[in-house]
Design a protein around this ligand. Structure first.
Ligand SMILES: [Zn+2]
Length: 144
């Protein structure tokens, strides 16, 4: 690419974010330890030396595919967040339930999975359980 080298391109793509791009740097065997370190810091994932062996490249691509699959899985999990079905409070990644406005001032691009926060559990579910003659402590499954 004119005006930009491989590491520059790598840094640019890392800074841009979005879907993970897996980089394998193919270089001559004269590359120094310092240059490899610089490449690593620029976001390179793996290294191969010229001449490239097709089997070796195939194996590295297989690993890359596995890592990209896991990366996509993590990203999907990150986009599902627990929301209380009653008051719509959201449980953040530190396990605190917070108001929806507060949560969205800190996060973007998320979807919901439903649950019940402790306040609503006490206010909404405990009376219903008691009405049904079920001990709320037992229904909670021993969770304190
Ligand atoms: Zn709630």
């Amino acid at each position: 690419m004119p005006g930009i080298d491989g590491l520059g391109l790598c840094r640019m793509i890392r800074e841009r974010g979005g879907d993970y791009v897996y980089f394998i740097l193919i270089s001559s065997n004269r590359v120094t330890k310092e240059n490899r370190q610089l490449a690593l810091e620029s976001g390179v994932d793996d290294f191969l030396t010229k001449p490239v062996d097709a089997d070796e490249l195939g194996m590295r691509l297989h690993v890359a595919e596995r890592i990209l699959g896991l990366s996509a899985q993590v990203k999907q999990l990150e986009t599902f967040i627990p929301i209380c079905g009653y008051c719509k409070k959201i449980r953040n990644d530190r396990k605190y339930w917070q108001e929806i406005e507060t949560f969205f001032s800190q996060h973007q691009g998320t979807k919901f999975s439903h649950g019940v926060c402790p306040d609503c559990y006490e206010r909404e579910l405990v009376p219903q359980l008691e009405k049904l003659g079920i001990d709320p402590a037992a229904a909670r499954g021993g969770e304190s």
